[in-house]
Write a protein that binds this ligand. Structure first.
Ligand code: UT7
Length: 328
């Protein structure tokens, strides 16, 4: 019997309409468009309005995905939501998205691997398809980063944006889809990138609010160093172990945290900039949405059989890469 693989058979994304530019940030904190552009490559990011949560963006992305792929909501078996900004501690944002989109027969859960979450969720979902257990699985990455960003802290508030992206996975016996993956975590990295408050260790209190513990804390430089090494290493490793050369690769799809990290990864893989999906300039770091947001924007350029490397690095630390053969 031929091997069942999980193919990506559709992609969609949704970004909120409001755009926060570097120019506007200049009026909020002591920063400049020039500093942000040269250090990060970000010019603007989309921000979700108050009163809405990650599930609202995720639901928009999923609704569009169902429409585009002609999928009936009741036919979806499983939805995995990658997020670090769930609507609430529980229930899972995936449960809420399923409810808002009519996925009555799907079971759903959230997966948290910070900026590597979408990648980890895609790998997890692919296993349910490869075993033959499920036929239609949705992976959605949704993050309202503005909800955990301190807009008085110039070192973090310039980096993040809000968005959601979703893919449909289905089984195939063709040699396309998720071909291989590598993942890693190192929890000792938690000291450099985290949100302290609101969990069981530091439940919300006047003190946690006063200490700004409900905002992202990041030590940029150490995270940068780890990100450059890990993302580049893991991307090179997945190529080597599958005998893929730079010529075989159609696109690198890197997590969009910093243009300099993306450039370093592409250099290490030996792929030219024309083969790298980069849209950080217009969206910033949308955490779990960066990779589907890229695939969505490049969808029309992709051809069946294209070799694509997805790569991510994030809080935890977490990192990983996936070799995908595009299926349509
Ligand atoms: O997606 C999850 C994983 N996260 C990442 O991969 C992010 C990794 N880190 C980074 O991308 C970079 O470290 C940052 C973009 C966060 C910062 O860039 P950097 O080149 O590492 O800058 P830095 O933190 O070393 O700061 C350099 C200077 C400092 O001033 P002094 O001490 O040299 O006087 C900062 O205070 O830049 C200052 N600075 C700013 N200046 C203007 C920090 N933020 C800003 C700002 N505008 N927004």
């Amino acid at each position: 019997m031929s091997k069942i693989r999980a193919k990506i058979s559709g992609i969609n994304a949704w970004v909120p309409p409001y755009i926060l530019t570097n120019k506007e940030l200049e009026t909020m904190v002591d920063t400049t468009d020039e500093w942000i552009m040269t250090r990060t490559g970000i010019r603007e990011r989309h921000i979700l309005k108050d009163g809405l949560g990650s599930s609202d963006m995720g639901a928009e992305a999923v609704k569009g995905l169902l429409e585009k792929t002609g999928t009936k909501p009741e036919d979806v078996d499983l939805l995995i939501c990658a997020t670090v900004t769930p609507d609430m501690m529980f229930p899972a944002t995936g449960n809420i998205i399923s409810d808002k989109t009519g996925l009555k027969n799907a079971f759903s859960f959230d997966l948290n691997a910070a900026c590597s979450g979408f990648l980890f969720a895609l790998i997890t979902a692919s296993k349910y398809v490869e075993t033959g257990q499920y036929k239609k699985v949705i992976v959605v990455g949704a993050d309202k980063m503005s909800g955990i960003t301190d807009y008085t802290a110039r070192e973090t508030c310039v980096l993040f944006g809000d968005a959601a992206g979703a893919v449909l996975l289905e089984p195939t016996t063709e040699a396309v889809g998720i071909m291989d993956s590598i993942t890693g975590t190192d929890g000792s990295g938690r000291n450099y990138l985290h949100m302290k408050g609101g969990g069981s260790l530091r439940p919300a209190s006047h003190e946690t609010v006063d200490n700004k513990e409900h905002f992202i804390y990041q030590e940029g430089q150490p995270v940068f160093k780890f990100a450059v090494t890990r993302m580049a290493d893991v991307s090179a490793e997945i190529m080597e172990r599958n005998n893929l050369t730079a010529d075989d690769i159609s696109y690198l799809v890197p997590h969009q945290a910093n243009l300099r990290i993306i450039d370093a990864t592409a250099r290490r893989m030996g792929v030219g900039k024309d083969k790298v999906m980069i849209n950080i300039e217009r969206y910033g770091n949308t955490t779990d949405a960066t990779i589907p947001l890229c695939l969505w924007e490049w969808e029309n350029k992709l051809k069946k059989g294209d070799n694509i490397i997805l790569a991510a690095f994030g809080g935890g630390f977490t990192w990983g890469s996936i070799w995908v053969k595009w299926a349509y």
